[in-house]
Design a protein around this ligand. Structure first.
Ligand SMILES: Cc1cc2nc3c(=O)[nH]c(=O)nc-3n(C[C@H](O)[C@H](O)[C@H](O)COP(=O)(O)O)c2cc1C
Length: 196
């Protein structure tokens, strides 16, 4: 981590870079096989923790998923898909998941009151978006997923998360994009309310 990033808390005017990064980032669904260097992921995680968080709870925990854990998740999801949609769909899903190079799980530490839990979830979302933006700046794409598998007790077990202590906020897949994703937004005027 470059120490100067966190040492100089001054806004630096780079509006075009920021606009390009924020509006240019897209969720990536298909990745190339090659894994991005671990240093890129570590830098993204260093930056994740600079997300705003009320009462400075720093409620996020990051689980870097290795091959054995990935295999356990892929196999668990295969089982879930087989039960819902049959063996052929399960096989196809397992193959496509196995091909995803980068796996990360982000959790939120459970709070003792509802307001803190709500705010901590928001903080974790900010942290995940920090990850997304930094990765994108390094030509790495990601997808934030909250599929059914992430709510399974066996998912928690496979990753080593104590569900009494933490809740999964997202399973993050990352890697070099193998597609040029598109998406749309409604015009701002559809979502903007000006209060007098
Ligand atoms: C909390 C959260 C959960 C998401 N979960 C999923 C998911 O389970 N599956 C999926 O395909 N996309 C998921 N996404 C990604 C969204 O589908 C994606 O952000 C949306 O399509 C807009 O595309 P964009 O990120 O390129 O702007 C999730 C996004 C967020 C913020």
């Amino acid at each position: 981590m470059r120490a100067d990033i966190s040492d100089s808390h001054r806004p630096v005017p780079q509006p075009e870079y920021a606009a390009g990064l924020v509006a240019g980032r897209r969720t990536v669904n298909r990745f190339r096989a090659e894994s991005p260097p671990r240093s890129v992921l570590m830098e993204a995680l260093e930056l994740a923790r600079w997300a705003p968080n009320h009462h400075r709870t720093e409620p996020w925990r990051f689980y870097i998923i290795g091959e054995r854990t990935k295999a356990a998740i892929v196999s668990l999801n295969r089982e879930l898909v087989a039960a819902r949609r049959g063996e052929e769909a399960a096989e196809a899903k397992a193959n496509s998941w196995q091909a995803i190079p980068g796996w990360l799980v982000v959790t939120r530490v459970n709070a003792t009151n509802e307001l803190q839990a709500w705010e901590d979830y928001a903080a974790c979302a900010c942290a995940i978006h920090n990850i997304a933006l930094y990765l994108w700046s390094a030509a790495v794409g990601m997808k934030w997923t909250t599929g059914a598998v992430t709510r399974e007790p066996r998912f928690y077990q496979a990753v080593g998360i104590d569900s009494g202590v933490e809740t999964v906020v997202g399973l993050i897949w990352y890697g070099y994009p193998d597609e040029q994703p598109q998406t749309r937004r409604q015009p701002l005027t559809e979502r903007l309310i000006e209060c007098p």
